[in-house]
Write a new protein. Structure first.
Length: 112
């Protein structure tokens, strides 16, 4: 099984409903979903390595972790869609405010 990270359905849904898919809140949720996809890939690679050992208990544990991570990935993508709706409801100025806040936070953290 191959894990590909693709947020095309998210972008298509946002465009269909007139939402901005590139708002800052959605970007953060998509980044979390991408991290889950990377972890899933690592577990899938481990599953392929340990498959030849015929350790059914270990394989089941790995499969449970893959399912858990997949559910988290789906949750993050749904959150990204929710955030796009929220930002659209608050207006485009809110996204500008979020960008300024992130820049300010990065600046403060870099000074430490």
């Amino acid at each position: 099984m191959k894990v590909d990270f693709n947020n095309k359905w998210f972008r298509d849904t946002c465009e269909e409903y007139g939402l901005d898919p590139d708002n800052e809140l959605s970007k953060s949720a998509i980044a979390l979903a991408y991290q889950c996809a990377l972890k899933i890939k690592l577990y899938l690679d481990a599953l392929n390595v340990y498959e030849y050992l015929n350790d059914e208990e270990l394989n089941q544990k790995i499969i449970r972790q893959i399912d858990r991570l997949n559910n988290e990935r789906i949750e993050h993508m749904l959150n990204a869609l929710f955030y796009a709706e929220v930002v659209a409801g608050l207006g485009k100025d809110y996204n500008k405010f979020l960008r300024r806040q992130l820049i300010r936070k990065e600046h403060l953290l870099s000074r430490r």
